[in-house]
Write a protein that binds this ligand. Structure first.
Ligand SMILES: Cc1cc2nc3c(=O)[nH]c(=O)nc-3n(C[C@H](O)[C@H](O)[C@H](O)COP(=O)(O)OP(=O)(O)OC[C@H]3O[C@@H](n4cnc5c(N)ncnc54)[C@H](O)[C@@H]3O)c2cc1C
Length: 464
């Protein structure tokens, strides 16, 4: 096995949205960085995706917003449809505005900006295989290089941004970071980018992304209809992992046939993918290593959006890396600040949305139609929840909901109980411990909140 002698400050595995941002910001802070990706350079960014990203992350990171070839179209907001399509909830809000990007061009831009920052080594077509340990601290990565040879790359810190299937997480020595993501906490997707003549198909609401809830057509997930421009769409669906082998069929039947009513079309891209829909990993760091993006389950559990949080995660990891390098301490105690940043920001929101996602997944089409048509969950509340993970209800709204929901008292009670628990978990995450010592106690209290919702869901299923 080839031994490359240099010890980098940081090795970043994976040059997707999370890894490119982590590599760029660690480099800009003056650290020596090695970035590797299993894909060939020109393929980086080419990912099966809905291609939607909000505007906020670009302001947060103070980087260029997508434009020119990167930008397919601008989006004002989202439209959420009930299963019977009788109600469309308009989610227009500056917080929901965003872009549909050309994924390859976008990915290439993020990568090139990282390379331009001065990354010391970039190895494409290089596959991370295993972790190298120095006693109990990760100190590098074993890789297969583009020429097929195996090599060892050494680092003070490793950032794993290798996506949902992260092979490195499974090689960790300690149990602090979960090795597996449960299939109940993941969604299987299938999507196509379809081009047609604007004379044949007119795009509905070209300034909005449309989401259709339907437990029969997309069980456990949803159907999406995202405009790219006046003559192409990104359409797809997500469903329970158990539907492996059937998802493409569901897509063809319930999405393609529904929306592509012409024989003159061209499929520009098609394929499936998996995304986690849970709170971030309990711990996104361990001795000598931080996990970013899909590798750390940093994905919005409600809609599966992971571009923004992976970039945020990459940025937080870069800040923590600088601090650790300055201190010369790569232990989990020093890296804990990364967990703190994640859990008290989007982690709090995702923990809360995870509870909502679990509840929505067991509701029938009838319940969804009822809850949304009767405004048991209104557009404003959905906006509030999806951007903060919390929502308070003034007494007057509670009374008005109670009147509207009188014919489904159990559903009403469950939704109110859910609201209380969502607020509870969000606050709990915002009180994430600053040091690892109090973590186990914090975690067991978080599990108690999850257990309460699980019990509610078991009871709700029994009643049905
Ligand atoms: C069908 C679908 C639709 C989606 N739609 C949206 C959407 O509209 N909006 C949104 O925000 N999110 C969406 N997501 C989620 C989003 O794509 C991800 O959350 C986001 O891309 C995560 O970025 P990442 O950098 O963590 O991982 P990735 O983008 O997966 O990047 C991982 C990188 O690591 C590399 N790699 C993998 N293994 C290794 C290895 N062993 N060694 C070296 N390199 C490796 C890969 O080549 C890749 O370049 C969707 C996901 C799916 C599956």
């Amino acid at each position: 096995m080839e031994n490359l002698n240099k010890t980098f400050d940081v090795i970043v595995v994976g040059a997707g949205t999370g890894g490119s941002i982590a590599a760029r910001f660690t480099t800009e802070k003056g650290l020596s960085v090695c970035l590797i990706d299993s894909k060939e350079k020109k393929e980086i960014g080419n990912k099966i995706c809905g291609d939607a990203v909000g505007t906020d992350i670009f302001d947060f990171l103070n980087i260029k917003h997508p434009r020119d070839d990167e930008l397919s179209c601008k989006i004002k907001g989202a439209k959420l449809y009930t299963p019977n399509l009788k109600k469309c909830i308009d989610l227009t809000d500056p917080r929901q505005a965003g872009y549909i990007v050309n994924r390859v061009e976008f990915g290439q831009r993020l990568l090139n900006e990282a390379l331009d920052a001065g990354i010391e080594h970039f190895y494409d077509k290089t596959m991370a295989l295993d972790l190298i340990y120095d006693q109990n601290t990760v100190s590098g990565v074993k890789v297969k290089l583009s020429n097929g040879e195996k090599a060892e790359l050494h680092s003070k810190l490793l950032i794993d941004a290798s996506g949902y299937y992260s092979p490195l997480r499974k090689k960790l020595k300690s149990t602090l970071v979960e090795k597996e993501v449960l299939k109940e906490d993941s969604i299987l997707c299938y999507r196509e980018i379809v081009k047609f003549s604007p004379q044949d198909i007119k795009i509905n609401d070209p300034d909005y992304i449309s989401i259709i809830l339907n437990q029969e057509k997309a069980p456990g997930g949803y159907i999406w209809y995202f405009p790219k421009n006046e003559s192409s769409l990104n359409i797809g669906l997500g469903a329970f992992m158990d539907l492996k082998g059937k998802v493409k069929e569901l897509y063809q039947q319930n999405v393609f046939k529904e929306f592509i009513k012409t024989s003159k079309y061209k499929i520009l891209s098609s394929g499936g993918g998996v995304v986690s829909i849970r709170r971030p990993l309990w711990s996104c760091t361990d001795n000598g290593i931080m996990f970013v993006g899909d590798a750390a389950c940093q994905v919005n559990p409600l809609h599966g959006g992971g571009i923004d949080p992976s970039m945020r995660g990459g940025f937080f990891a870069a800040n923590t890396a600088l601090n650790a390098i300055e201190k010369g301490d790569y232990s989990v105690d020093t890296l804990w600040n990364y967990n703190y940043e994640v859990m008290t920001s989007f982690g709090a929101e995702f923990a809360s949305l995870d509870l909502l996602r679990m509840t929505l997944q067991i509701l029938s089409n009838e319940d969804l139609n009822f809850a949304l048509q009767q405004d048991l969950l209104s557009g404003e509340e959905i906006l509030e929840i999806s951007s903060t993970g919390e929502f308070e209800l003034p007494l007057i709204s509670l009374v008005s909901k109670a009147i509207k929901g009188i014919s489904k008292p159990n559903l009403l009670l469950d939704l109110n109980y859910l609201r209380i628990r969502m607020n509870e978990i969000s606050r709990h995450y915002k009180n994430f411990p600053l040091t690892i010592e109090k973590f186990e106690e914090w975690k067991s209290r978080a599990i108690q909140v999850y257990d309460k919702i699980l019990r509610m869901l078991i009871n709700a299923k029994k009643v049905k």
